[in-house]
Design a protein around this ligand. Structure first.
Ligand code: NAP
Length: 275
């Protein structure tokens, strides 16, 4: 199948671009063949950003990603994460080596600090990621679930590299990052990678006046509710989304959630309905 290109967005201040809609892999560990087929199906449809973590299925998720990308590594942007329990300097280096081995890669495209660890100075952890970047084992450094203060601290601890992204929960039902994190990332040219963009399945199933409005806008545009919910997130120019889907009909739907843009009036109506 010919690989279709989705809409892309610049990653942080780098020269690289990533698709506005990628794929998450949390909870994909139980049926290997089905998970690999799902990821390859999504890759065929252009969702060429895959997000995983050493923590997911105790590393097995990374092994599944390895099998899904083995014949097309060059066209896939692979992002993984180091767990907070491995934030000590030497542990970060060890974790990265183990992730690379499971992923079957020489280099990860993005390596993210999964969650802040109050017991280890941020500076120690990011210095380790800087070494990984200097050694060519990772291309870019990102964080996840970091507040503005923590991102600033991480950035200040780097001498040569940039924090290119912050992966945080963002969906129509969880919008707390709009007050400070999104404006900060926009100002600093940092990408927001929105996780749980469908509220872990709550948005597809949601009921109430706000969902009626979402369905109405979707019907007018001949899109699905979930496509509109994803498109609403990527309306902001620093945001990309990584929905997780195992079902092909979900993957096909998500892959066509970009390449078009909600009108400002619809965007505002939805924003207000879900405020
Ligand atoms: P999500 O993507 O919001 O929701 C996943 C659920 O939505 C699955 O049950 C999936 O069903 C369903 N779904 C997907 N597309 C759909 C569609 N078009 N129509 C109807 N249902 C649809 O939640 P998530 O898995 O929590 O988040 C996505 C990814 O973000 C994760 O996989 C992970 O990579 C990342 N994440 C990161 C963190 C972090 O701390 N950094 C935390 C949570 C998640 P099927 O699977 O049955 O198709």
């Amino acid at each position: 199948m010919e690989v279709k290109s989705l809409e892309f967005r610049k990653l942080g201040k780098t020269r690289d671009s990533i698709p506005l809609v990628g794929m998450g892999t949390y909870g994909m560990g139980s049926d290997d063949d089905r998970a690999i087929e799902a990821l390859r199906y999504g890759l065929d449809r252009g969702m060429s950003l895959i997000d995983t973590a050493e923590m997911y299925s105790s590393g097995h998720s990374e092994e599944l990603v390895s099998r899904a990308v083995e014949d097309r590594r060059e066209s896939v942007f692979v992002a993984s994460k180091v767990s907070p329990s491995h934030f000590a300097y030497d542990d970060v280096l060890r974790s990265a080596q183990k992730s690379l081995k499971r992923l079957g890669l020489k280099q990860m495209d993005l390596y993210q600090l999964h969650w802040p660890n109050p017991n280890i100075p941020i500076s120690e952890t990011v210095r380790a990621t800087e070494k990984l970047a200097n050694d060519g084992l990772i291309r870019y450094i990102g964080v996840s679930n970091f507040s503005v203060k923590q991102v600033k601290e991480a950035q200040q601890s780097l001498s040569k590299h940039q924090i290119v992204s912050n992966q945080v929960e963002y969906n129509l039902l969880q919008r707390s990052i709009e007050s400070d994190l999104i404006p900060y990332c926009q100002k600093e040219g940092m990408t927001v990678i929105a996780y749980s963009p469908l509220g872990q399945g709550k948005i597809p199933k949601g009921e109430g006046v706000e969902f009626d409005l979402l369905d109405k806008v979707a019907a007018k545009l001949r899109k699905s509710r979930n496509q509109v919910a994803l498109n609403w997130l990527i309306h902001q120019d620093s945001v990309v989304v990584i929905p997780k889907a195992i079902r092909k009909e979900h993957l096909a739907e998500n892959a066509t959630a970009s390449g078009w843009k909600l009108a400002k009036s619809d965007y505002e109506l939805i924003s207000k309905a879900f405020a």
